[in-house]
Design a protein around this ligand. Structure first.
Ligand code: GLP
Length: 241
């Protein structure tokens, strides 16, 4: 596992964007796996900047997002579909048909999971998968206890995850209780994985991810078994390594 230590959040975001721009420019039909949350926001700002400077085009790119809340309409400002449109898609030249986010606004989430997994598989999985890290070690929304064999599936969110994400909602009660997420096995199919971490509150989780036991109780530890992972973090997040 490669570790890239950055000065601060801005530096982390620039380094991550550079890596993604190089990946897009080096492939004819790049497939990107994308994440939401606070951490990648700076990365997306830098990708937009690069696009505006003509340093990159998304015309040939296809994207698959990691996860989506169940029960939110896609025009709900807290849906991950909305987040992606606002933070990246609407500002670059990617075609809407090439962007994929699980549909959480469905009466049949199980069917949606099967459909989504097939789409990713048919696209050959991600050339580059961006990940954030939950405080409890979740990646995507694969909570502790998730089997390493899972494909895209529906999950019950941990109370700790709902509390961590409540800052985006008016109240904890409004945070959905379920989500659709790529499974650990779907994520592990990615050719290269870039995990972004920022801030001292992630330091313990980063330590477990890099040096801890490989266990389903700490889902991110599975990344120790992947041959091509880079952790890009600021000094605070990497301070306990
Ligand atoms: C969320 C998302 C994850 C994200 C993680 C960390 O719940 N489902 O994909 O990586 O939690 O979020 P943040 O970057 O805001 O700390």
């Amino acid at each position: 596992m490669e570790i890239l230590k950055c000065k601060d959040y801005a530096d982390m975001s620039e380094k991550a964007a550079e890596l993604i721009v190089n990946t897009i420019n080096g492939l004819q039909k790049p497939v990107l796996g994308l994440a939401t949350g606070s951490t990648p926001e700076g990365l997306y700002r830098n990708l937009i900047k690069a696009y505006k400077k003509n340093a990159v085009s998304f015309v040939n790119a296809t994207t698959f997002n990691l996860d989506e809340y169940v029960g939110l309409r896609e025009d709900d400002p807290n849906s991950y579909k909305y987040y992606m449109r606002e933070k990246l898609f609407d500002a670059v030249d990617i075609s809407v048909e090439h962007t994929h986010v699980p549909n959480g606004d469905t009466g049949n989430p199980e069917e949606e999971c099967v459909r989504y997994e097939k789409q990713i598989r048919d696209a050959g999985y991600a050339d580059l998968q961006v990940l954030g890290l939950g405080l409890n070690g979740h990646i995507g929304f694969n909570e502790p206890g998730s089997s390493f064999d899972t494909k895209t599936h529906t999950v019950d969110l941990d109370l700790s995850t709902r509390k961590a994400n409540a800052r985006f909602f008016d109240s904890l009660e409004q945070v959905p209780e379920q989500a659709i997420t790529m499974g650990i096995s779907t994520i592990m199919h990615g050719e290269k994985i870039v995990l972004l971490v920022s801030g001292i509150n992630k330091a313990d989780a980063v330590k477990k991810l890099v040096h801890g036991e490989i266990t389903e109780e700490f889902p991110a530890s599975v990344l120790q078994q992947h041959g091509n992972v880079i952790v890009i973090g600021d000094e605070a997040a990497l301070s306990k390594l």
